[in-house]
Design a protein around this ligand. Structure first.
Ligand code: PEP
Ligand code: MN
Length: 625
């Protein structure tokens, strides 16, 4: 590795860099150079040297070329998306694989499959051939288990994952299984790696019990070198001196791998911890650390499991974990999509029947805006998205069949409601079929080389200025220029020749426009969430309905609103939003938009609806989702 120091580095900073190198145990030599001192070092790779890279006075660190090529991000800067049937691993939607350690019987496997499916798993796991430490322990049901897995796939729609332990089973495994797992003990079984490389099926490559990250990536390289780039890495704990956990879960591998490789990474907290109670905390931490998903062992009767019962979650615990990660994911820019599988199946059906609308979803704005990200997270990154220049145009695109869905912002936690969209929901005969909440981070971005003290003008959209009010108040001299969205702000800065202009924009848009970010996270409060709804022409059967949106106008008499709310209260229906909008042309008359935690289209809700109708002049069901 080569470390280049700044030309005018102070003696003190210079000394600090050399001391840090010695502390890290790095052998180095220094060559004075006219553009700054150059240090050549041996013994570690660049990525272990983040501390050196970020030290004041260090201009650049050039890492040694890693020995893995095809797996390296240098060769392939964009993230690889691995497709297992309709599921994409490595996109914005997190992938959760769940199921028992081993398939023990048809009944056990189906029970667990139905449960994990209900709670939001998108792929099903289950061992057919078990590599066990003891030859006397349960070895798996073999082909019988594979047949059960294939049946589960047909019934639940979940593609199935199972471990391949020998090249001699390759054809048999390939017939039944959608994704082949290489277990920890086989990570360096090079014949097996080459074999799954040739099978061209997606591979889940577990980290070996005592493998370094480099050895692990070299194993991935074996698969990639056979022309199969559908490889997902899976950290499942490494062996250390610590007996309180089965293994030690190396979560630090996530940011390291994100830099080193383009391959997705899943975390297996079950084998890492070995104890049920520790699975949830580690799974939550993995998502917070940026993993692309999880693989979790779940059993209907863990006490009777033939393998790994102690670490298997009860189905309800798995359900609780899914709810937890649903909350955590948007904080780190990801999503858990409970109707992922149903939505993907609808998309697949459309593709085969060729009846798809031209675009999957329409959104208002340019690529890089939060609305674009919400559309990608809802429909998948491969979906055909359509840009519009107004919310009305988005509604029209769906109404006229140009797009299947419209992705519409309704509310932001800092700047409030997008009133226009409430009115459009009332005006158009579209239905809400889904929702998505996105954390929005605002950044001050400028042309390369521009500096903070030279800024005179800032471009962004009005709601964004409100979301960054404190930051803007601290710079009262800056002129605020309104743009249509955050990406157009970034684009205008890029196209302008002025270096005194900045954009408040997303990191994605700054990157797209080649801007550098001077300040990150300038919103008033980091808990800045925008809530989008997804509208379509007709309701969709995309899984369990948890929520409904309705709008009504109360009769004009005292206590009328209270009477409507009493109906919900008496029926123990949780109300999660109440928003009012004036009725056009009728002063002092209001429409109330209500979100409920109930499926208002279900027969069970009918009596509640009838009761509600007694207190309203007008009622429209906007959608259940
Ligand atoms: C398993 O997934 O059941 C398994 C045996 O995993 P590992 O190879 O990580 O031990
Ligand atoms: Mn297991």
């Amino acid at each position: 590795m080569i470390i280049i120091l700044e030309r005018d580095i102070s003696d003190e900073r210079h000394k600090r860099v050399l001391t840090a190198l010695r502390t890290e145990g790095i052998v180095f030599s220094e060559l004075p150079h006219k553009t700054g001192s150059i240090i050549t070092a041996r013994g570690k790779h660049g990525d272990d040297l983040e501390t050196i890279r970020t030290m004041p006075g260090v201009a650049k660190v050039i890492p040694d070329n890693p020995p893995f090529k095809l797996a390296s991000r240098n060769e392939h800067p964009d993230d690889t998306h691995v497709r297992v049937g309709p599921i994409v691993i490595g996109g914005e939607r997190l992938t959760v694989i769940a199921g028992p350690c081993a398939i023990e019987s048809r009944e056990q496997a189906f029970t667990v499959a139905r449960e994990v499916r209900k709670y939001g798993a998108v792929l099903f796991r289950g061992g057919a051939f078990k590599p066990r430490s003891s030859p006397y322990a349960f070895q798996g049901l073999g082909e019988k288990a594979l047949k059960i897995l294939a049946e589960i796939k047909t019934e639940t729609g979940m593609p199935v994952v199972s471990e391949i332990v020998s090249t001699s089973y390759a054809d048999m495994m390939a017939e039944y299984v959608d994704m082949l797992q290489i277990g920890a003990r086989n990570m360096q079984n090079f014949d097996l790696l080459k074999c799954v490389g040739r099978l061209k099926k997606p591979v889940l490559l577990k980290r070996g019990l005592s493998a370094t990250i480099e050895e692990w990536l070299m194993s991935a390289e074996y698969i990639l070198a056979e022309g199969n780039n559908q490889v997902v890495l899976c950290e499942r704990g490494i062996r250390t001196f610590e007996p309180y956990t089965r293994n030690t879960l190396d979560l630090s591998t996530i940011p390291v791998l994100k830099r080193l490789t383009h391959l997705p990474i899943l975390i297996d907290p079950s084998h890492a911890t070995g104890i049920r109670e520790n699975v949830g905390p580690m799974a939550r931490a993995a998502i917070a650390a940026g993993a692309d998903g999880l693989i979790i062992e779940v059993h209907n009767e863990p006490g009777k499991a033939l393998s790994d019962g102690a670490q298997s979650l009860f189905p309800e615990q798995f359900g609780k974990l899914m709810r937890d990660i649903y909350v955590i994911a948007p904080v780190v820019g990801r999503q858990v999509d409970f109707s992922y599988l149903e939505k993907s199946k609808i998309q697949e059906k459309k593709k085969t029947k060729k009846i798809s609308a031209k675009h999957t979803a329409a959104f208002c704005g340019e690529p890089g805006t939060p609305a674009h990200k919400a559309s990608e997270q809802y429909c998948g990154r491969d979906a055909a998205l359509m840009q519009t220049s107004s919310y009305r145009e988005t509604f029209d695109a769906v109404k006229n069949g140009l797009a299947d869905y419209g992705v519409i912002p309704l509310q932001n936690s800092l700047s409030g409601s997008v009133h226009e969209n409430y009115d459009l929901l009332l005006e158009y005969d579209l239905v809400i079929t889904g929702e998505i909440t996105l954390r929005v981070v605002h950044n001050l971005a400028v042309k390369q080389g521009a500096s903070l003290n030279k800024i005179k003008r800032v471009l962004s959209e009005p709601a964004v200025f409100r979301q960054c009010r404190q930051y803007m108040d601290a710079h009262p001299d800056w002129e605020q220029v309104v743009t249509r969205d955050t990406t157009s702000a970034a684009r205008l800065v890029k196209e302008s020749s002025r270096k005194d202009t900045a954009a408040i924009t997303t990191l994605e848009a700054a990157k797209l426009c080649g801007l550098s970010v001077l300040e990150e996270g300038i919103e008033i409060n980091p808990r800045n969430y925008t809530h989008f709804v997804v509208v379509a022409r007709k309701p969709e059967n995309n899984g369990q309905k948890r929520k409904s949106s309705i709008v009504y106008q109360t009769v004009n008499r005292p206590g009328a609103l209270f009477e409507t709310l009493k109906v919900f209260s008496e029926n123990k229906i949780n109300l999660v939003k109440l928003e009012s909008r004036p009725v056009e042309g009728e002063p002092c008359e209001w429409m109330f938009y209500v979100d409920l935690e109930a499926d208002v289209s279900s027969p069970a809700f009918k009596p509640v609806l009838n009761e509600l109708k007694k207190h309203v002049d007008y009622l429209k069901i906007l959608g259940t989702y």
